[in-house]
Design a protein around this ligand. Sequence first.
Ligand SMILES: NC(=O)c1ccc[n+]([C@@H]2O[C@H](COP(=O)([O-])OP(=O)(O)OC[C@H]3O[C@@H](n4cnc5c(N)ncnc54)[C@H](OP(=O)(O)O)[C@@H]3O)[C@@H](O)[C@H]2O)c1
Length: 208
Amino acid sequence: MSKVMMGVTMSLDGFIAGPNDSPEHPLGEGGERLFEWYSSGDTEYTFPASDMVFKISAASADMLRKVFSSLGAIVTGRRTFDITDGWDGRHPLDLPVFVVTHTVPHDWIEAHPDAPFTFVTEGVESAVRQAQAVAGDKNVAVGAASLVQQCLAAGLLDEVHVDLVPVLLGGGVRLFDKLGPRTIELEKAEVIDAPDVTHLTYRVVKPG
Ligand SMILES: NC(=O)c1ccc[n+]([C@@H]2O[C@H](COP(=O)([O-])OP(=O)(O)OC[C@H]3O[C@@H](n4cnc5c(N)ncnc54)[C@H](OP(=O)(O)O)[C@@H]3O)[C@@H](O)[C@H]2O)c1
């Protein structure tokens, strides 16, 4: 059955970007350390819609191939969209993208008429439902912190995937922020101990 999952790279102290992220520093100050595992191995991974080539460990490459091939659509937030300039209209995974935002960027849409991007102003749940409709029996990936928080709070997320990097960033964009005092139970599904990163996958336990 199709799943709603999240997948991000996170520092051991819980940040997915350092402070002051911007188009010049997409992962914030010092945050580029998070993605060092993408170039520290000897196995090549090439994205379907980008000339970007990762050099990662064989274990990480197996994991990425499995996860990425399971996806049918991506839901992201407006800050990530702005910081990447919408990947210039084509996500590296060549998938339809749903951007949750308060305002539709009409100029960008005019400049990228063929981009498979949908701007959703009715909130996260609507974006996830629209992404699921397009993804069919494939999974939907939710990226960026604010959306992960809202999906967890709304019980929309089935799986949490974190690529955990052994560094303490000390500040920036915190992944599991603003969730309030509630307890959310997770069930360990898989741990892959790659050389420079630990890939952690958990199922979200739904209440009741
Ligand atoms: N380490 C990783 O693997 C990884 C992966 C992805 C992203 N990142 C980083 O994460 C950071 C961005 O994450 P973020 O959590 O700060 O921002 P985000 O989720 O990308 O975007 C947040 C913005 O989305 C819009 N939004 C969110 N929820 C909404 C709702 N319910 N209704 C309407 N609009 C809504 C709002 O923008 P508007 O009000 O302007 O519309 C909000 O300010 C960047 O630094 C990015 O580089 C890291």
